[in-house]
Design a protein around this ligand. Structure first.
Ligand code: ATP
Ligand code: MG
Length: 513
């Protein structure tokens, strides 16, 4: 069978400055009518390679062929003229415009004034053809991340893209939204389109792609038909050595109550209860998992404990000092005093720069932002952030030329996130709350994070872990609290429960013990 090539990249090299070789003589082929997964650890050069197809970067060496013809892609417009559309890790939509307005943005100049009705009709046609749900007249600021992503994809299809590149489209989607996206991708494949998807979730790679190509430290390691691959074989290819995909779950000797939460209730601006009479205990020496479908109150729970969400009267969060001598009511306390108790929250947002990281600053400056208040005087203590940064870079294998000079926006997406998560983990908390800690992290680093959390637990920290991956919750956590519509559906023993049991409790109150 002769397969037609949609894209062929030959011996592509891309350097940044004199030190960083992001891609070294990479050759990659994409066939028409296939879904190719591009896999590699954080910082292995995936986004850079794709940016050379979408006209954001130009290669230092090598050749690119599109539809078997040599091409030069010097700008996003060149890429678009060749039928290549890329959906980036960070969306680029205009908030105050509608879906349809965003889709035609920039096209008016070429084609004269656009007929709104015709645009809406064309958008609906694309939506019907591939199975998108989209309202052309909805404003972007009213949209969920998943809806925004739909607009981005429809936008490139509207412009006639036959080759689609999706850079970590599922990192910010719920499992249900991911399923929908995969259905759309399969419909596009059936229509003859060629698709490259970047994802760190190996079960997704296995579920959606026909073939997997692997990068390691900027080099092309090889490709395999997905049918012949497994999570283990792909991990080994990516990392370059056999890696264990097991999470250790030792039992900590002493488990004492650290946080006693009673009747915690949080309302949103409209007065709707987002968290409703939640009571539980988080113990030192345990990882307490929080399971629930997206938006079940996970965010409000962690933020209320951290003091950044107002809790309703009658709510109580008692913090018991590590020596057991006394307890302190956290409800009503200001967030800084709560941090001083060692109660730290690391919430990885959908947009990594949305939460307390400054892109133009170095790692050590970003760490200082969060930790300078630990010093006894208000003076900045420069030694501590530096040591902490070195520890984060070492423990989490952050790929960066240095900690003092390189602005973090130059790091790869996953490496930015390692800084975000590492900053809290490495600060000797007494209560460590993490949400979506492994979002966008490669599998090896995800396991490093699980191990670091377990290490904290064994040191006597009360760890609260909010995550979406049930397999991980079941392997990592000592107990799992299940939220459903803002209420506690039950608490189960992580060692003696099943995915089915937790899944059921996520959609229905009751069950467990
Ligand atoms: N504009 C830039 N300036 C300097 N270095 C850069 C730039 N863009 C990327 N790099 C470096 O190139 C390397 C590859 O980065 P890239 O973003 O392609 O990785 P990635 O495989 O997409 O990682 P992730 O999975 O974390 O998104 C990294 O070491 C990164 O720091
Ligand atoms: Mg990337």
């Amino acid at each position: 069978m002769h397969l037609e090539k949609a894209i062929e990249m030959k011996n592509i090299t891309k350097r940044f400055g004199s030190k960083v070789v992001a891609n070294r003589s990479v050759s990659l082929t994409l066939y028409k009518g296939e879904i190719l997964s591009l896999l590699g650890e954080n910082g292995s050069g995936k986004t850079t390679l794709m940016n050379m197809l979408s006209g954001i970067y130009y290669p230092d060496e090598g050749e690119i062929f599109v539809n078997e013809k040599p091409v030069e892609i010097k700008s996003p417009k060149d890429a678009f003229d060749l039928g290549i559309g890329m959906i980036h890790q960070h969306f680029k939509l205009v908030d105050v415009f509608t879906a349809a307005e965003n889709i035609v943005l920039g096209l008016e100049g070429e084609k004269g004034k656009l007929d709104k009705g015709a645009v809406a009709k064309a958008v609906r046609e694309i939506a019907d053809r591939y199975g998108f749900e989209i309202d052309p007249n909805q404003k972007v600021y009213n949209m969920s991340v998943s809806q925004k992503q739909t607009v981005e994809i429809v936008k490139v299809l509207y412009r006639g893209a036959n080759i689609l590149i999706l850079d970590e489209p599922t990192a910010v989607l719920t499992p249900q939204e991911t399923e929908k996206l995969f259905t759309v991708m399969r419909n596009m494949r059936a229509d003859g389109k060629a698709i490259i998807i970047i994802t760190h979730k190996l079960h997704e790679v296995l579920a959606v792609s026909d073939r997997v190509a692997v990068l390691r430290k900027g080099e092309y390691i090889g490709d395999v038909p997905t049918a012949e691959a497994s999570q283990q074989s792909l991990t080994d290819m990516m990392v370059g050595r056999a890696v264990s995909l097991n999470i250790d779950r030792p039992l900590a000797e002493a488990q004492t109550d650290r946080l006693v939460v009673e009747h915690l209730t949080v309302k949103d601006k409209e007065g709707v209860k987002k968290l409703d009479d939640v009571s539980f205990v988080a113990k030192a020496g345990e990882i307490l998992g929080i399971a629930g479908i997206a938006g079940s109150g996970q965010k409000q729970l962690l933020e209320a404990i951290a003091g950044v969400q107002r809790a309703e009267p009658g709510s109580s969060v008692r913090y018991i000092e590590p020596d057991g001598s006394s307890s302190k009511q956290l409800v009503g306390m200001d967030p800084l005093s709560i941090i001083k108790k060692g109660v730290l929250l690391s919430f990885v947002p959908e947009d990594r720069f949305g939460m307390g990281l400054v892109g133009t600053m170095s790692i050590s400056h970003n760490v200082m932002l969060r930790s300078y208040r630990r010093g006894k005087t208000p003076m900045l203590d420069r030694k501590f952030p530096k040591q902490l940064s070195q520890k984060i870079v070492r423990d989490l294998e952050v790929v960066t030329p240095d900690i003092d000079r390189t602005p973090i926006r130059r790091l790869s997406g996953g490496n930015v996130q390692k800084v975000l998560v590492g900053r809290e983990i490495e600060q000797s908390p007494t209560v460590l709350m993490t949400a979506y800690a492994v979002r966008g992290l490669d599998i090896n680093t995800s396991y490093t994070i699980y191990n670091l959390l377990t290490e904290q637990k064994m040191k006597g920290v009360a760890v609260i872990y909010v995550g979406e991956d049930l397999d991980v919750l079941l392997e990592l956590c000592d107990r799992i609290l299940v939220l459903c519509g803002g209420k506690v559906s039950g608490v189960v023993d992580g060692r003696n429960t099943t995915k089915e049991e937790v899944g059921l409790m996520m959609t229905k109150l009751g069950g467990g013990n």
